[in-house]
Design a protein around this ligand. Sequence first.
Ligand code: MTE
Length: 327
Amino acid sequence: MLIKKPTDIRPSEITSKDVYLNRRTFLGAAAAAGSALAAGQAFPAVIPKERRAKLDDVMPSKYSTDEKQNSYKDVTTYNNYYEFGMRKEDPYRYSQEFEPQPWSVEVSGEAEVTGRFALEDFVKPHTLEERIYRLRCVEAWSMVIPWVGISLADVIKQFKPLSSAKYVVFETLYDPKRMRGQRSRALRWPYVEGLTIAEATNPLPILAVGMYGEVLPNQNGAPLRLIVPWKYGFKSIKGIVSMRFMDKQPRTSWELAAPHEYGFYANVNPEVNHPRWSQARERRIGSDGGTGLSSLFATTQQPTEMFNGYGEHVAHLYEGLNLRQHY
Ligand code: MTE
């Protein structure tokens, strides 16, 4: 159970991109977000409005789907973020007092421009875009989520990778005091994920700072997380503090944990089953029975699409590659 503290809940704020990028206001919004749960119920049906801060100047994107979006509640209370626990409700429960600020990203490795950048400076040169994407988890459930983020390809361009940079590797914050799940050995910490440079410079991946037009909630990876919509969700690493350009393929956390189950590529593929379950179909969260226990018995399933339906944009990246071997 959470220990409840008396607290002042501030009214929600409307945050323009400039204001968002102004540290003090951003911190104010984040503090308001952090304090509300401490005041609140263990697991409220509706997340209090006060915890939410709007982002302004968000451009629409031609890459967005017009499929029915999941509810804010689905997306923010049914999560995988092992740093805060392994049950679906743990990230919501145990991340509320986490303060995702001040925050910086270390850029290193095979690039002309490297260094440590405050989050505000990292985001500032780029346009905030809304990208409504399908998220397909390797566990065979899916959602449709309206992210707000910046193009990873644009970010990468800015750091001028050298020709020796073949991969981009990300790491999550390692701070077991603030992330209780890191006190267990569920995974080897910090969480590591990576993409080939060709994947990372494709127009689809984004670094998300928000969702539903608002600042990203802690449980979804605040303040910065990757979204790669044609790959299983575990590639979309949360709480990013490091971005490294490498000449060699990295060993990612899930590969280290179970190499026969989770490969480096992790492209959504209905024809390559997980060793312990089929990937041919998926359960759209919220479509039948919501996210609770009853959803385990949901019957509304749909076929899994190759590359999660993004083949027209990404299939060319894998021409000539045996996707059964490179799973
Ligand atoms: N990133 C970190 N650092 N730790 C995690 O446990 N889980 C991954 C991914 N990113 C995870 C992570 C998995 S398995 C999925 S399906 C998605 O986050 C879930 O994202 P969501 O909770 O925002 O829907």
